[in-house]
Design a protein around this ligand. Structure first.
Ligand code: PGA
Length: 256
């Protein structure tokens, strides 16, 4: 039966709309030599669609995984401008970020669509990272748990109990994303323990195995304290992941 010590720490860099093909080559070249590869931490790079193929090529043989930042729930069809799970798998992409708050805010990403996207990703052979998190107003109004319950339950609704632990959940409070206002270790631990308990409402076994990451203004200075919390299994890192040296230090912090 998996427990906390059996959960492999996971650190993923979310590049957002950064990195050309050329910049990706240069970045991975700098990153690989700095990473603690093969030491029991899973490492992911969430690249824009246009840089996925070159990222896969550059990390080949290192164990570092490449993830997309979104996908459509259908395998194919008349959906102009969209990209499907099977198309990502063909490139050698290992996973996909789903429901990032920037996509919920700017691209009409709904819980209804995520209900289809999460199982579609699994079906295609991609490991999804489902992002959830409350706004500042919701936190101030004492609505954090209600919001998290809604997002987690909706996002996982169509995933079978047997496959729940294949989904990674990223707790990303909206007020902490890109603001420099990182959640306190206690706030991250409390919310992530709550998310784990929500998974436990479906399956206790999945709750012990599922990885829940923290995201929002993680950097090399604050990563160690947050990652040392018992329920925090890793980090989804935005801005600080764009510097390969800093990202490698954050990955290192997941090992201590
Ligand atoms: P940030 O972004 O680290 O720049 O706050 C995190 C994220 O959006 O995943």
């Amino acid at each position: 039966m998996p427990d906390a010590s059996a959960r492999t720490p996971y650190v993923a860099g979310n590049w957002k709309m950064h990195m050309t093909v050329a910049a990706t080559r240069a970045y991975v070249d700098k990153l690989l030599g700095r990473l603690p590869l093969g030491k029991g931490v899973e490492i992911g790079l969430c690249a824009p669609f246009t840089a996925l193929a070159v990222a896969v090529e550059c990390v080949d043989g290192s164990g570092v995984k490449v993830l997309a930042q979104n996908m459509h729930q259908a395998a194919e069809g008349a959906f102009t401008g969209e990209v499907s799970g099977p198309m990502l798998v063909e490139l050698g992409v290992a996973g996909v970020v789903l429901g990032h708050s920037e996509r919920r805010r700017d691209n009409c990403e709904t819980d209804r669509a995520l209900q289809e996207k999460v199982p579609a990703a699994l079906e295609a052979g991609l490991a999804p990272i489902l992002c959830v998190g409350e706004s500042e107003e919701e936190r101030e109004d004492g609505e954090t748990q209600r919001k998290l319950r809604h997002q987690v339950q909706e996002g996982l609704l169509s995933v079978s109990d047997e496959r729940l632990a294949e989904v990674t959940i990223a707790y990303e409070p909206i007020w902490a994303i890109g603001t420099g206002r990182v959640a306190t270790p206690d706030q991250a631990q409390e919310a992530i323990a709550f998310i784990r308990a929500l998974v436990g409402d479906r399956s206790q076994e999945a709750a012990r195995a599922v990885r829940v990451l923290y995201g929002g203004s993680v950097n090399a200075e604050n990563a160690g304290e947050i990652l040392s919390q018992p329920d925090v299994d890793g980090a989804l890192v935005g801005g600080a992941s764009l510097d390969p040296e800093e990202f490698a230090r954050i990955v290192g912090a997941a090992l201590t």
